[in-house]
Design a protein around this ligand. Structure first.
Ligand code: NAD
Ligand code: GLY
Length: 376
């Protein structure tokens, strides 16, 4: 029998539980009720997720005596925008929000980041609950309090740190998630092995295929391990003064690739992270930090799980220019005084941050990546 597991995020008076297991949405009302101040909730979701999971959630909230207003946004990255932020905040204000109202994000990282930023902003802060429905959101974006939107200048450049009061990761929701999205979420799970836990990476090499196939016990174990890893880092460095930067392994590259792809669905965030992590390992190899066999081992595992591992795997990348990708990286939030900051690797499970990488080394690697034919 599969039971629910709980991971605690320790942040003193802002501590909260991440609950992981099947069937949690059916009991969400009773779990949420003691944690919120009022009896009114705004459920923010997208028009795909709502078709599968909104009705069981509203039924459960209703049964617990929580009045629900639903706000539905279009699916996809383009909803993390100023326009959707305005739309969601204004809907709350028009529909009688008060300081005791709660915001519940039901969806993937897009809905979670957008709803969380609205929760942080309306009335200067409402109770916030995350109900992540993608693998990526269950292992990463719903945990740790980063919320925000994209701007024409790049990803996640406007937002707030705002912790939820509870995360309910109902693993049953993954049964309706397209396999491409499952694979994209898997890249963020591999990230935890690559940054700090070589034994977890090895476990994933053995069990990754079962996880992607939907094995319930394996996916619960992987989600719980990922949440424990993230909770430990967030508890030690909530506002990313140092250690939390490691959670951005591969992301300096990934965010530039996503911006180049144009947030139109051709490149999912997790797919970009997969390519970006290989670029970070390859950069580390080129500057003599990391053995080539570690880069190859990671590349081989991600590729065997059906993930993209080269820029040339990304549709449309033949038109991209190394210089434009570099310019995009300079706008990364980790950049300091114009220097790009990278998370580099000494090997699998051993990473650190550095702003001491010559731009020419990065440019040369990008130029090679852009001209390497897929499959070579
Ligand atoms: P997403 O929210 O766009 O969801 C992916 C797709 O799956 C969408 O089309 C959605 O409608 C659909 N979907 C979601 N749940 C479903 C389900 N159970 N069944 C069927 N379809 C479902 O994407 P994502 O990968 O979850 O999140 C990506 C976003 O998360 C990016 O914007 C990224 O920047 C952000 N992110 C944030 C953090 C953080 O710490 N805040 C961390 C990592 C990523
Ligand atoms: N996903 C990176 C972080 O939460 O810090």
């Amino acid at each position: 029998m599969t039971t629910t597991q709980t991971v605690r995020v320790g942040l003193e008076e802002r501590s909260y539980d991440i609950r992981v297991g099947p069937g949690l949405i059916a009991g969400a009302g009773n779990e949420i009720k003691p944690l919120i101040r009022g009896r009114k909730a705004f459920v923010v979701t997208d028009s795909t997720v709502s078709g599968y999971w909104l009705e069981p959630l509203t039924r459960s909230l209703d049964a617990a005596g929580i009045a629900v207003t639903t706000i539905v946004v279009p699916p996809g990255e383009s909803s993390k925008s100023f326009a959707d932020f305005e739309h969601v905040c204004c809907r709350m204000l028009e529909d009688g929000v008060d300081r005791r109202s709660a915001v519940i994000a039901l969806g993937g990282g897009v809905v979670g980041d957008l709803a969380g930023y609205c929760a942080a902003s309306v009335m200067r802060g409402l109770d916030f609950i995350q109900i992540p429905t993608t693998l990526l959101a269950q292992v990463d974006s719903s945990v740790g309090g980063k919320t925000g939107i994209n701007t024409p200048q790049g990803k996640n450049l406007v937002g707030a740190f705002y912790q939820p009061k509870l995360v309910l990761a109902d693993t049953g929701t993954l049964d309706t998630l397209p396999k491409r999205e499952v694979r994209a979420g898997y890249a963020e799970i591999v990230k935890y092995g690559l940054i700090r836990d070589a034994a977890f990476f090895e476990w994933l090499e053995q069990h990754g295929a079962d996880l992607i196939a939907g094995d319930e016990a394996v996916r619960i174990s992987a989600i719980v391990e990922s949440c424990k890893a993230k909770a430990a880092v967030v508890a030690a460095d909530e506002r990313e003064a140092g250690l939390r930067e490691l959670l951005n392994f591969g992301h300096t590259f990934a965010h530039a690739l996503e911006a180049a792809a144009g947030f139109d669905g051709t490149l999912l965030h997790g797919e970009a992270v997969s390519v970006g992590m290989i670029q970070a390992l390859e950069l580390s190899r080129r500057i003599g930090l990391c053995a080539g066999q570690d880069t190859e081992r990671a590349r081989s595992h991600l590729a065997s799980m059906g993930l993209k591992v080269r820029v040339a795997d990304i549709p449309g990348s033949a038109r991209w220019k190394a210089e434009a990708l570099l310019a995009s990286m300079r706008r990364d939030k980790k950049a300091r005084d114009g220097s790009i900051r990278f998370v580099l690797a000494r090997g699998i499970g051993d990473t650190f941050s550095s702003d001491d990488v010559a731009p020419d080394t990065v440019r040369a690697m990008l130029q090679e990546d852009l001209t390497t034919t897929a499959g070579v």
